[in-house]
Design a protein around this ligand. Structure first.
Ligand code: BES
Ligand code: MN
Ligand code: ZN
Length: 496
């Protein structure tokens, strides 16, 4: 994906596609009025004739009025006040329509709109992110030709720098939005890659490449290393697969003190194992490594932005397969923490690899906070649908900060409780705990399971991204979430 060249300028050049808002109400935005005046009332006339619409998300192209003016793209903004959700929809429509023309440059006046509860800087973050994101295409060798035909040509974008806006903050906001989108693109591509191409070993190679280009420290543990560390739970999931597991760690040093740790579930394909999943839609279990892909996307963005923090990213990666030597329901395994687990369902494999990764992360890096991300439970999709990630944890202020970052980035989360009553559902007659807690509150009992592996009350948050990490149906593909949420959270840490 090419990186857009984004700048600030007062006016469009003649070659720019000039993107301006049009309202469905009587009161038109300033940019519309200015164009209407210079076009001698043409815009209001066309509006009356229904040739231009102010309906939210509608787009109209108007050719230049004279050799000295720019082509126009009018974008409907609907009613005022504009919510953040609507602002983003408007931008998405604008970016899409701009990409459908052959313009290589655009000037976008939509960032001057007032948006409810949103700062000028945040408006720029969203606009830069959405425009950069509109350049994303999933490309691999098999789709070479199709990809070429739909290759985007937009390479240059400018925004007006509104009065009273600090230039430095505006530049920072643009960088955040753009680098977040580029991080999301990495996350999406890794998520979209088929499981015969992306498996633990090749995921580790991707991490090494990322480490090389961004001067990160990279550590890769193989099966023998994990055996020495006593990671019996992670290894149990891996034992039935033909491909061998990896534990990947990336370290970014941009600040002082203990790092923040991100841990991402990296199941490159989840068949369910002996507790085999039904066949329909099983292909989508290639996305079961989207937590891992998020860790890599965030590491890239943070390194590109050069944030003044220390960050480690840890990825336990396995394939979950049925086999003669696969882990069975009823098997009891010993985790690195020493706690024993009765494997009651081999399809609850995410928590089995995460628990050992959490133990190792705490002992190896002594992080000041841990955030794990996992496509962990189908139950989370039942609870929150595809709009919102589940948020759980052991620390109120960490969860509040994540909630705020989710609202700011519009990559939203909602909290679920990890009360003792739920934890009791994990009781086992044959081990310290079972790996499932029954049908009720499946997302919460998975969170309770992970909580048992947090030592010394280290602030920890768990994000269940089962519903948000990818989109099903005609637009099937990884979404790049929750990269915007995590990047916003980390940026917030640098200013708090
Ligand atoms: N990766 C799945 C969760 C999942 C399912 C995410 C569907 C997105 C869509 C996870 O490993 C799993 O299979 N979880 C089980 C847990 C159950 C056995 C307690 C589930 O949700 O059914
Ligand atoms: Mn599973
Ligand atoms: Zn899974």
């Amino acid at each position: 994906m090419n990186k857009l060249n984004i700048e600030f300028s007062e006016k469009p050049t003649i070659d720019d596609l000039f993107i301006i808002p049009v309202s469905s109400t009587e009161q038109q935005p300033k940019a519309f009025e200015e164009q209407n005046t210079s076009r001698k009332g043409q815009l209001t006339a066309l509006l009356k004739e229904g040739m231009i619409s102010g309906k939210k998300g509608s787009t109209t192209l108007l050719p230049r009025a004279s050799v000295r003016s720019a082509n126009l793209l009018l974008v409907g903004i609907g009613d005022t006040p504009i919510t953040l959700r609507n602002y983003r929809e408007i931008l998405e429509a604008a970016a899409q329509a701009a990409q459908n023309t052959k313009h290589t440059s655009a000037h976008c006046a939509l960032t001057s709109l007032d948006v409810v509860d949103t700062t000028t800087e945040q408006k720029l973050v969203h606009a830069s992110l959405i425009f950069q994101n509109s350049l994303y295409r999933y490309t691999d060798l098999s789709r070479g030709k199709a990809a070429k035909e739909s290759a985007p040509v937009l390479s240059q974008l400018s925004f007006p720098l509104d009065q009273g806006v600090d230039n430095q903050l505006a530049v920072k906001a643009v960088a955040q939005g753009q680098e977040t989108a580029i991080g999301m693109a990495l996350t999406r591509t890794l998520g979209n890659l088929p499981p015969n191409i992306l498996y633990p070993e090749s995921l580790a190679e991707q991490a090494k490449t990322l480490a090389k280009t961004h001067k990160l420290k990279c550590t890769i543990l193989k099966r023998a290393d994990m055996e020495k560390l006593g990671m019996g739970s992670l290894l149990a999931v891996a034992q039935g697969a033909a491909v061998s597991p990896r534990l990947i760690a990336l370290e970014y040093k941009g600040g002082k003190g203990a790092p923040i740790a991100l841990v991402g579930k990296g199941v490159t394909f989840d068949s369910g194992g002996i507790s085999l999943k039904p066949g329909a839609g099983m292909d989508e279990m290639k996305f079961d490594m989207c937590g891992a892909a998020t860790v890599l996307g965030v590491m890239q963005t943070v390194a590109e932005l050069g944030l003044p923090i220390n960050l480690v990213g840890v990825i336990p990666s396995v394939e979950n397969m049925p086999a003669g030597n696969a882990v069975r329901p009823g098997d009891v395994v010993t985790s690195m923490s020493g706690q024993t687990i009765e494997v009651l369902n081999t399809d609850a494999e995410g928590r089995l690899i995460l628990c050992d990764a959490l133990t190792w992360t705490q002992r190896e890096f002594k992080p000041k906070q841990i955030i794990d991300m996992a496509t962990l439970t189908g139950a989370c999709i039942i609870a929150l649908g595809n709009h919102t990630s589940g948020l759980m944890g052991n620390n109120d202020s960490l969860q509040k900060a994540l909630k705020t970052a989710g609202d700011t980035s519009y990559d939203r989360v909602w909290r679920l409780p990890l009360w003792d009553e739920y934890d009791e559902q994990l009781k086992s007659n044959f081990a310290d705990m079972g790996n499932i807690g029954g049908r009720e509150a499946g997302t919460i009992t998975a969170g309770c399971f992970l909580k048992r592996f947090i030592e010394n009350d280290t602030p920890w948050a768990h994000l269940d991204i089962a519903g948000t990490a990818w989109v099903s149906g005609a637009k099937k593909g990884a979404s790049g979430r929750p990269v915007p949420l995590i990047v916003q959270y980390l940026v917030d840490q640098t200013t708090a």
